[in-house]
Design a binder for this molecule. Structure first.
Ligand code: C2O
Ligand code: CU
Length: 507
């Protein structure tokens, strides 16, 4: 699969919708096959600015039949409308806050100007109930991005304020596909089911045994098998919700919307983990998956695996060839997850009504994606300034505490990374805690130079990186090209709440 491949979008849904005149609908999310959504804010396209209207509101949401909960959503659905724009396109998003509390939106993985970044108290004032805020920026870089609330994420993100934000490349797609679907995974605490064990060890890989996902994935699955009391009965912080239900595009199996494929097609899946606390290991029975993008950024070549672990906030684009007609489950291999709702039928056209085998749980012997397998493209802006290095020790959560620290300090007392525009910034992360931390940098993507001591020759480009528990380490590097104050934090909202946040201050 060379990089010269050119996409043959079987008339893209976008073109199709444009032709079929749906563009008259203003900022309405149209439901498409497989639960994917597309926003057609056509009416408001003036002077080359695409205007999109979003309203955050409380609602009652049915996760599965008989399982309705009080939730929060953009435009009345979970996930909110999938926004699809073209790289470089100017977008204006008018957010109306219909909640009873303040809110903001963060454009995760998008290089927005600092004032559009959606971090309350840092880049903007929170939007009060009943008021609106206008976000405007050029959509870049291309790839599977997402948007979500950045106000009280431990509540608002948890309750459904998130959605895909797809930036299609201005030039040809690097890897051809015939059909695509976006799948967003989420964990819910409904109080109606058996609490799931938490994912604590991390997925970065490369440790060759305990801790990482290597060697048959011991470390993490052990946690799964031993249940929540796993690590010698250590308790988690008291405030961590008891997650008991898992959804794909807002629904728990059997309410998940089946995905239809046609024999012979190359199907692209955009996988997004919007969960607060859980890593998901996504597989499709009967098929191998080719990883093509990490957090939206294309690899040099697809990597063939059986299953792909996604830490909270990570995205992977994968592709499979529909060459085994029938009906199959796409599901999470984490023990207990399919039963909690994380499975969806993938049905070949003409094979409707077929009942597939139950999903296989556990990752023992499964050929898993890990960071060391991918080769990234060198797409980050050139550096022009100094080389700066920062060492950050992640710790906390001891004895069930809810305090999480960076170099022993909790935000806002953490020390910011002060750099200048153009600097090459290297951050060495070391995890001294018992849980993995998916660390996310706002405003610019980074290269993953090394993981658990192993250097990567052609580093992946990402904006979230899972730092394994128990002395896991990551070295990342970014070009400080986007001036402003940028959050750099663990994407588990309870860990953010507990203080695991710092700022990259780019002057
Ligand atoms: Cu996806 Cu600071 O967030
Ligand atoms: Cu964390």
């Amino acid at each position: 699969m060379g990089t010269a491949e050119v996409t043959r979008h079987a008339p893209s849904r976008r073109e199709f919708l444009q032709r079929s005149g749906q563009a008259g609908l203003s900022a309405v999310a149209l439901s498409l096959g497989g639960g994917a959504l597309l926003s057609r804010p056509g009416a408001a396209q003036s002077r080359g600015v695409r205007e999109i209207h979003l309203e955050a509101r409380e609602l009652e949401w049915e996760l599965a039949p008989g399982k309705a909960i009080k939730a929060m959503a953009y435009n009345g659905r979970i996930p909110g409308p999938e926004l699809r724009v073209t790289e470089g396109e100017r977008v204006r998003i008018v957010l109306k806050n219909g909640l009873a509390e303040p809110t903001t939106i963060h454009w995760h993985g998008v290089d927005v100007p600092n004032a559009m970044d959606g971090v309350p108290g840092v880049t903007q004032k929170p939007v009060p109930p009943g008021e609106t805020f206008v976000y405007e920026f050029e959509a870049r870089p291309a790839g599977t991005r997402w948007y979500h609330t950045h106000f009280a994420e431990h509540r608002q993100l948890d309750l459904g304020l998130y959605a895909p934000f797809i930036i299609e490349p201005a030039r040809a797609e690097p890897f051809a596909f015939d059909r695509e679907h976006t799948l967003v995974f989420d964990d819910w605490a409904t109080g109606t089911g058996r609490p799931l064990s938490s994912t604590r060890e991390g997925t970065a890989g490369g440790r060759g045994g305990l801790g990482g996902m290597m060697g048959g994935g011991m470390g993490r699955t052990m946690e799964g098998m031993m249940g929540r009391g796993g690590m010698g009965g250590m308790r988690r912080g008291d405030r961590t919700p008891d997650y008991d239900t898992l959804t794909i595009n807002g629904k728990a199996y059997p309410a998940t919307a089946p995905i239809t494929v046609h024999e012979g097609e190359r199907v692209r899946l955009r996988l997004i983990n919007a969960s607060a606390d859980h890593t998901h290991v996504i597989r499709l029975a009967g098929h191998r998956l080719q990883v093509t993008h990490t957090d939206g950024n294309a690899l040099t070549q697809p990597v063939d695996v059986e299953a792909v672990p996604l830490a909270p906030s990570e995205r992977y684009d994968v592709r499979f060839v529909a060459d085994r007609p029938g009906a199959w489950f796409l599901s999470c291999a984490e023990p207990g997850h399919p039963g909690a709702g994380e499975q969806v039928l993938v049905v070949y056209e003409g094979h409707e009504g077929r009942k597939p085998d139950a999903p296989v749980e556990g990752v023992s012997g499964v050929d898993l994606w890990q960071y060391g397998l991918g080769r990234g493209r060198d797409v980050l802006p050139r550096t022009s300034g100094q080389e700066r290095t920062f060492d950050l020790v992640l710790s906390g959560g001891m004895m069930g505490s809810d305090a999480w620290t960076i170099n022993g300090k909790q935000y806002p007392r953490t020390d910011p990374l002060r750099v200048r525009k153009g600097d090459r910034v290297r951050v060495r992360l070391e995890n001294h805690s018992m849980e993995a931390h998916p660390m996310h940098l706002h405003g610019q993507s980074f290269k993953v130079l090394a993981v658990n001591g192993a250097r990567h020759a052609q580093p992946l480009v990402k904006d979230s990186v899972d730092v394994d528990a128990h002395m896991g380490s990551v070295v990342l590097e970014f070009t400080a090209h986007n001036p402003g104050d940028w959050f750099f934090h663990c994407h588990k909202p309870m860990h953010m709440e507990g203080g695991m946040i710092t700022l990259a201050k780019i002057a």
